[in-house]
Design a protein around this ligand. Structure first.
Ligand SMILES: Nc1ncnc2c1ncn2[C@@H]1O[C@H](COP(=O)(O)OP(=O)(O)O)[C@@H](O)[C@H]1O
Ligand SMILES: [Mg+2]
Length: 1010
């Protein structure tokens, strides 16, 4: 029961009709057709009406919607039965078949293609290459078979002129592993003759219109179907087929399937041969018959790789074995020659078609399958066979086709009834018989031994001497006069719709068909002169030779009469029915809405006729007479348990059956159902409908409820998960912190006793959470470490240490040599070791100055070379105390030449080099420029660093003011009496002492080269 469709589209299952009458059936069918719902169920049977327009119902979305679903879960569709067949095959390892029936143009072939596409789409989800290639060949084979087996008829532009039954084999995985195609009764008479407005097989037009110039030339053909007798009738008819593009598609399909280049060429050579044969003409000179023109023979011999003489001989003579084992050649009459030529052309085409099918089969056949290794091999068969045909002129082919449909109807009745009956029996339910028309009587009329039409035809063919079609009709009239389904003009002289000696009529289950007996015997005999068979067998073309194995026999060996066409056909159909009979059948019954190929026209009379003969009403009745619906208890429960308080959400009863009873009783359906062993049977659809409706109203509430519960559950799970994550993260973080502490503790536990107080100990990398803490502890350790170092410095050394620290930061690494490694003596002028000659006089003068100027401390003293604004440079003694800076004259016992208060100085500049130049800046822009001179004590060591350290330390620590130090990479910038000067340093060869020299913008300090 399809739920997704509203009632405005009619009933999706005919079983749901209020009354099973033709009116209601037709009304529903029409309504659905008009609403674009081309599929409707009768239980599991799909009734399909040809829409004659592209429907948007075959795409990937639709396939996904039907995949793995039950029949009642979606609107009726071919895909639903395909899936049901596939599921039965896969789940229950059953062989299944899908039988598609309906008259020409009802949409059987299209349906079979959609079914194949669906099966291809839902299988092989893992995309295994070998399975994909099998699927590809199966799908491509359609294109080839259509080219060679289909033609435009007046009823269908792409009418299948052969019956097709295709088995697809599946492995235990449910993936296709191969297949097999059976073809039935190709309408070969079409090769030589077509009805008005119809065409020959597509393949001819495809070759002539789509073949390349070069190809046609090599086949001795012209690209115009009107030139050839066999294609002339169809050359001008408008058709929806695009022959040119189809030709390309067929060529590529042949290649994909696995036909070799040579095989493909041979196929087209045979088509060319047939076309050339058709144009061949004979003329008689009264004595013998000849072929008109020489070209035809030579071209045919070229195309068939045979000897030209043999070609013309087989066309003009026939070899006959006389009673005495002698062989003679008998010339044809003109008429015989034409007959022989046409028979040859038809046979060529028939064998070509048969060979193509068998070649495809050899490729897709399941190879190396071992059931022990690979599991059970199951099959889905798809039958697309010609439907019932009633033409104005019905001949032997229609007779065979209609017989075939009688047989299939038998199978339908048999299977549908048998299945029902079996099921009721299995489930222990009494079955009530339903009347339906059993067409066995018509089948017997055709196939019964001795009495049946086929056996009468065969007998006539066997009879030696001239038995004509009319004689044969007479025999039938005599033998079948009493048969209720047979009549003829002779048996019913008043019926003017039949002619004497020409027509007979069979009352088929699908309607009356009047056959014209003309040509029946010839077609049944299917005579082809042996000479052609031998000619083809002797071809040098191996492909051609392969098609004609019976040409091997010599004329004297051919004695046994071959089976007649009707008997061959009957045998193949009996075999087919047997094959289908042992499979689980699924039916698609196609209805043709009108004769105009219109997408809007619903021809009531035509449709009603089809519905009647397809036995669809009986089908509905049979389905309803018993029980319209049945479902295993568990499934029924699953579907409807929400409609009963005792079963929702789960029942507490002894069995599912009891639970189902509770549902049924609650709804008051107890008189409308029967309980089988495993299934519940519901008689009227209305009961089920009520359940369905109730279910439909409950579902949204349940859905909301389930959503609520599920969303809550989801949220709770998510919440629990988050909490767990945080807990884990917390533990881990704590662990990391602790581990870091332990590590630090381990590494630093002995630092007190270490010689370097742990300076060389490497810190472990801290976790991110401790990075700030890490910085602080590192700093703490450094401070502690510094404290340990500083603690041990004697107070007398403190001044020097402070000065060095001040110098270090003031020079900030820019001056390489700053004398850090030596002891800083400060007061060099007073140092005996540094200035042995003058120290005593300096000590005296410095004492006087201390008394007079009250300074406390000497920051620095030493010799220097000084330059003044008049460019005079002289040697001076320099004394820097905490109050003044003194310039002293060393040559006059350190007489004070100049005294400057220390707070007049604002900073100093030095270079980054090794020179000893110092510029002391003053607030009055009258700077002091000098170059320190080194004494005896450390003659090669820097003193600039010491001066810088002493001054900076004093200013910052004692005076608490900044004393900026500028380290210049090139020239020093100073002012003298407010004037800017630049002092650069130059190394000069030959210079004996370091001295200043005037330059353009200031001074140059000349340094000796060594
Ligand atoms: N499901 C369908 N959707 C669209 N067109 C269809 C469908 N079925 C049939 N037809 C149309 O009807 C034509 C005849 O269908 P086809 O399957 O060849 O008939 P059959 O095999 O029964 O003789 C197709 O060529 C196509 O144009
Ligand atoms: Mg068809």
């Amino acid at each position: 029961m399809a739920e997704l469709e509203g009632l405005e589209f009619g009933k999706s299952d005919f079983v749901l009709l209020d009354e099973v009458t033709m009116e209601q059936f037709m009304e529903n069918l029409k309504l659905r057709f008009e609403k674009g719902r081309i599929y409707t169920y009768i239980g599991e049977v799909v009734v399909s009406v040809n829409p004659y327009r592209q429907m948007d119902i075959y795409g990937k979305d639709t396939i996904d919607a039907y995949r793995g679903r039950e029949l009642y879960e979606n609107p009726p569709h071919l895909y639903a039965v395909s899936d049901a067949a596939y599921k039965a095959m896969k789940r229950r390892a059953k062989d299944t078949c899908i039988v598609i029936s309906g008259e020409s143009g009802a949409g059987k072939t299209e349906a079979s293609k959609y079914i194949m596409q669906y099966i291809a789409a839902i299988t092989n989800p893992s995309q295994r290459a070998e399975v994909e290639s099998v699927k590809n060949v199966l799908l491509k084979s359609n294109c080839v078979l259509e080219a060679f087996g289909n033609a435009k008829t007046n009823r269908n532009d792409n009418s299948s002129r052969f019956g097709k039954y295709m088995d697809i084999n599946f492995n235990f995985n449910g993936d296709p592993t191969g297949g097999h195609i059976n073809n039935y009764l190709l309408e070969k008479s079409r090769v030589v003759q077509q009805q008005d407005g119809e065409r020959n097989f597509h393949s001819f037009y495809q070759l002539l219109r789509g073949g390349s110039e070069e190809m046609l030339q090599s086949f001795h053909l012209q690209n115009d179907p009107a030139v050839y007798v066999y294609t002339r009738e169809g050359a001008g008819t408008a058709t929806s087929n695009n022959d040119r593009s189809s030709h390309k598609a067929v060529m590529s399909a042949l290649e994909v399937i696995g036909f070799s280049k040579q095989e493909i060429t041979s196929v087209y050579e045979i088509l060319a041969t047939i076309l050339l044969l058709g144009n061949m003409q004979f003329e008689s000179d009264g004595e013998s018959v000849n072929i008109v023109g020489d070209e035809a023979v030579s071209h045919i011999s070229d195309l068939t790789a045979t000897d030209p003489d043999s070609v013309s001989k087989s066309l003009l003579y026939r070899t006959v074995a006389t009673g005495g084992g002698e062989v003679i050649e008998k010339g044809h009459t003109e008429q015989d020659a034409c007959f022989g030529r046409d028979a040859f052309a038809k046979a060529l085409y028939e064998r070509l078609f048969g060979w193509i099918v068998s070649r495809i089969n050899s490729i897709i056949e399941v190879k190396d399958y071992d059931p022990v290794l690979h599991g059970k091999n199951t099959v889905i068969g798809v039958l697309d066979i010609y439907g019932f045909e009633i033409f104005d002129n019905n001949s032997f082919e229609q007779f065979c086709i209609n017989y075939c449909n009688e047989k299939l109807q038998q199978l339908f009745i048999e299977l549908i009834l048998r299945q029902e009956q079996d099921e009721y029996q299995r489930e222990g339910i009494t079955w009530q018989h339903i009347e339906y028309f059993n067409n066995q009587i018509i089948v017997d009329l055709v196939e019964q031994p001795h009495k049946g039409i086929i056996s009468i035809l065969d007998e006539a063919c066997l009879t030696v001497g001239k038995v004509t079609d009319t004689v044969c009709l007479d025999t039938m009239d005599t033998k079948l006069a009493q048969h209720p389904h047979y009549t003829s003009r002779k048996l019913c002289p008043t019926d003017k719709s039949m002619d004497f000696k020409k027509h007979f009529r069979i009352r088929h289950y699908a309607g009356d068909v009047t056959y014209s007996v003309e040509g029946f015997l010839d077609k049944n005999k299917d005579l082809l002169f042996q000479d052609f068979k031998r000619l083809m067998y002797n071809s040098a073309n191996t492909v051609l030779k392969e098609m004609w194995p019976d040409g091997q026999l010599s004329i004297t060996e051919v004695t046994k009469r071959p089976l007649t066409a009707a008997t061959l056909f009957k045998n193949s159909i009996v075999a087919l029915v047997d094959k289908l009979g042992c499979k689980e059948p699924y039916y698609v019954r196609c209805v043709k809405p009108n004769e105009m190929k219109s997408s809007v026209l619903f021809d009531d009379a035509r449709c009603q006729h089809q519905v009647a003969y397809l036995g669809l009403l009986e089908n509905v009745r049979v389905r309803r007479a018993g029980f319209a619906y049945r479902q295993p208890y568990a499934r029924f429960l699953q579907r409807y348990k929400m409609t009963c308080e005792y079963t929702w959400p789960n029942h507490l009863m002894g069995s599912d059956r009891e639970a189902v009873e509770a549902i049924v009783t609650q709804h008051g359906f107890q008189d409308d159902v029967a309980y089988g062993h495993t299934k519940l049977f519901v008689r009227t659809p209305r009961s089920l409908f009520t359940l369905e409706q109730e279910r439909a109203t409950l579902i949204p509430i349940l859905v909301l409820f389930l959503q609520k519960v599920w969303r809550g559950a989801l949220a709770r799970t998510r919440c629990r998960r988050m909490r767990a994550i945080y807990a884990i993260m917390g533990c881990y973080k704590r662990y990391k912190v602790k581990a870091h502490f332990w590590e630090v503790e381990g590494r630093f536990s002995n630092v007190r006793t270490m010689a370097d107080y742990g300076k060389s100990v490497e810190w472990p990398k801290p976790p991110a959470a401790l990075s700030q803490f890490h910085k602080i502890t590192v700093m703490l350790h450094r401070r502690w470490w510094a404290r340990q170092i500083v603690k041990n410095i004697p107070p007398s050394d403190m001044l020097e240490v402070r000065a060095k620290v001040a110098a270090l930061s003031a020079l900030s690494g820019e001056r390489k040599d700053w004398g850090v490694s030596r002891a800083w003596e400060r007061d060099y002028l007073a140092n005996v070791l540094d200035c042995p000659q003058t120290s005593s006089s300096f000590i005296r003068i410095s004492k006087e100055l201390r008394n007079k100027d009250k300074y406390n401390q000497v920051l620095f003293s030493g010799f220097c070379r000084k330059v003044n604004r008049f460019n005079r440079s002289t040697d001076r003694g320099l004394l820097i105390t905490d109050k003044y800076i003194y310039k002293l004259e060393p040559k006059k016992q350190y007489k004070v030449l100049k005294k400057l208060p220390l707070d007049a100085f604002t900073g100093l500049s030095v270079t980054s080099g090794v020179d000893q130049m110092v510029a002391l800046h003053t607030s009055s822009q009258d700077d002091v420029l000098m170059c320190l001179q080194r004494g005896e004590l450390y003659p090669n060591q820097d003193r600039v660093g010491e001066l810088v350290g002493a001054m900076v330390d004093h200013f910052t620590r004692v005076r608490k003011v900044q004393f900026p130090v500028k380290v210049c990479r090139s020239a020093l910038e100073i002012h003298m009496r407010g004037k800017p000067k630049s002092i650069s340093v130059e190394t000069k060869a030959g210079q004996t002492i370091t001295d200043f020299k005037k330059s353009k913008d200031g001074f140059i300090l000349l340094v000796p080269a060594n």
